[in-house]
Design a protein around this ligand. Structure first.
Ligand code: F6P
Length: 533
């Protein structure tokens, strides 16, 4: 069967024997295979991509209709075809735009909600909105998936900018999560934000009920210390939350793309509306670049094309995201949802089976921690893991600049080591220096060989700020979009999460003992019997 990837696969087969190190014989390789955009540098020269591969990849994007689909997305067309929805997270960070959906401009409402969020955030921060025991000291955001990961990730990332109440994020239905979070908080000065696009998600509603009960014994009116973020306003009203503290958004903002709007309320309260707006500006800046730059100089397009090269062309099934920045420790988890919930699909837009693999498994941890854990496999395992490093020129701790330098040195060392490796001759020389000889030298040397020729990219930024974080998140969102268009899938639905939810509902009465487990398979019956104790 022929696929859209055939020309690239042929090129790959013809050039697979040329190592990355050999490609550096061309003196301008680093400059040719990197891209500066504004204040960022994306270096993809430590891959096996050559000029012809770039050419073929750009043609692939053009042939797949990326430009046309991009225009459709930004203009409000219903590109989420399986749910009949527009995909307009770009509209909620570009507040001066005008975007027409179903014949009317949606932006006045977007601006109004943004203004209401900002006013509420300012009221909480200034103590004009108080708890029943005084100024709000803590905000607990209860949400899961896209209603949790974005603000939770960004709250950590932007810690140097946080000057409001402390924020906490509860997602897991495991009671341990909310119990550990509420322990030590004062119910009289805690604001609970129930963040759920649908306001039906079982984890979120269960945790919200637990938080309400926790407050009930201590404050006269718990609901007065609750706010809600949701598209389902009749449900938030039924839950008893005053409409003045309900912040809505539309169904054309997907959960995993929603941190730019009211779902970011907890972050806005923590860092203030001004800094939050800088985050939006960073996102809008990346949108403008994505919409206007030619493909070969377009950061999101290039990131996507490098991803397609490694996954669909070279067959590397996973990708490690390795931020050399402790404050980006939740970025890999955030990207797991963004990329895997978006592009983990097995059929194309037309419902036919994909004749190639869908998006990669995305995983990672911050460096340098990962170095002392899983980098062993990355360097010497039998599978190749393309690595994506992220590093900032400057930290936020001027007194600890020497530690930042160490961090950067480690980041650069890893991509160099992955590319160069260490040959058997070099390993033998090291062992000989240690005094080993003969068969023992040979045996020990073989364990110390690094095959090298392992691909990585590095995204370098000036410093992690609200603006640069906005750029990075929008960059990854558009990368997912481009990959999705190239794969011919719908990146904006998530039917794959439904079956487990349905089965969990059916298992509840079985675990409670009100229904028999006999309808279940043998394994499930056995586990039910064990877990009921
Ligand atoms: O189960 C997956 C999912 O629907 C995600 O797509 C979403 O981000 C998350 O659950 C939370 O949904 P909600 O915001 O509606 O509670």
């Amino acid at each position: 069967m022929t696929t859209r990837f055939d020309a690239l696969r042929q090129h790959r087969a013809a050039t697979a024997g040329v190592t990355i190190a050999e490609l550096f014989a061309a003196p301008d390789r680093a400059a040719q295979f990197s891209l500066s955009y504004g204040n960022m540098l994306f270096d993809y020269s430590k891959t096996q991509i050559d000029a012809q591969a770039v050419d073929l990849l750009v043609k692939l994007a053009q042939g797949a209709g990326v430009a046309e689909k991009r225009e459709s997305m930004f203009s409000g067309a219903k590109i989420n075809e399986t749910e009949g929805r527009a995909v307009l997270h770009t509209a909620i960070r570009n507040l001066s735009a005008s975007v027409i959906v179903d014949g009317h401009d949606v932006m006045p409402e977007v601006r109004a909600i943004h203004a209401r969020c900002a006013a509420f955030a300012n009221d909480v921060r200034a103590g004009r909105f108080t708890g029943q025991g005084g100024k709000i000291t803590d905000v607990v955001n209860i949400g899961i998936g896209g209603s949790d990961l974005g603000p939770a990730m960004a709250y950590l990332a932007l810690a140097p900018f946080a000057d409001g109440p402390r924020c906490h994020f509860v997602s897991n239905v495991d009671g341990a999560h909310i119990a550990d979070t509420l322990k030590g908080l004062n119910p009289e000065t805690t604001l609970v934000i129930v963040a759920s696009k649908t306001f039906t998600t079982i984890e979120t509603m269960t945790n919200a009920n637990t938080a309400k009960a926790w407050m009930a014994g201590k404050v006269a009116n718990p609901a007065a210390q609750f706010a809600a973020v949701s598209t389902a306003q009749e449900k938030t009203a039924a839950y008893g939350i005053d409409a003045a503290r309900v912040f809505g958004f539309e169904d054309w903002v997907g959960g995993r793309y929603s941190m730019w709007g009211p779902i970011g309320l907890s972050l806005m309260i923590a860092i203030g509306p001004e800094a939050f707006d800088d985050f939006l500006k960073g996102g809008a800046d990346m949108d403008a670049h994505f919409q206007s730059a030619p493909f070969a100089e377009n950061l999101p397009v290039l990131l996507a094309l490098v991803g397609v090269w490694h996954n669909q062309i070279c067959g590397h099934a996973t990708r490690a995201v390795l931020p050399y920045d402790q404050r980006l420790s939740r970025l890999p988890a955030y990207l797991q949802q963004l990329e895997m919930e978006s592009n983990g699909k097995r059929v194309g837009m037309d419902g036919a089976d994909l004749p190639y693999d869908s998006g990669p498994v995305v995983w990672g941890e911050p460096g340098t921690n990962g170095q002392h854990a899983f980098y062993q496999l990355i360097h010497q395992g039998t599978r190749i893991v393309p690595c994506e490093f992220i590093v900032a020129r400057k930290g936020h701790e001027p007194d600890l600049a020497h530690q930042h330098l160490l961090l950067v040195a480690n980041c650069l060392a890893q991509s160099e080591a992955l590319m160069r490796g260490r040959s058997l001759e070099e390993a033998r020389a090291i062992m000989a220096k240690k005094g080993l000889t003969g068969a023992e030298l040979e045996r020990q040397a073989r364990h110390r060989v690094f095959p090298g020729n392992r691909p990585s990219t590095t995204l370098a930024i000036p410093q992690l700020t609200p603006f640069t974080l906005g750029q990075i998140i929008a960059l990854y969102e558009h990368r997912v979009f481009v990959e999705g268009v190239i794969l011919g899938i719908n990146s904006y639905d998530q039917w794959g999460v439904e079956l487990g939810k349905e089965l969990a509902l059916a298992l509840q009465p079985i675990l409670e003992g009100t229904e028999s487990a006999s309808v279940k398979d043998g394994s499930t019956q056995q586990l039910v019997a064990y877990l009921r104790g």
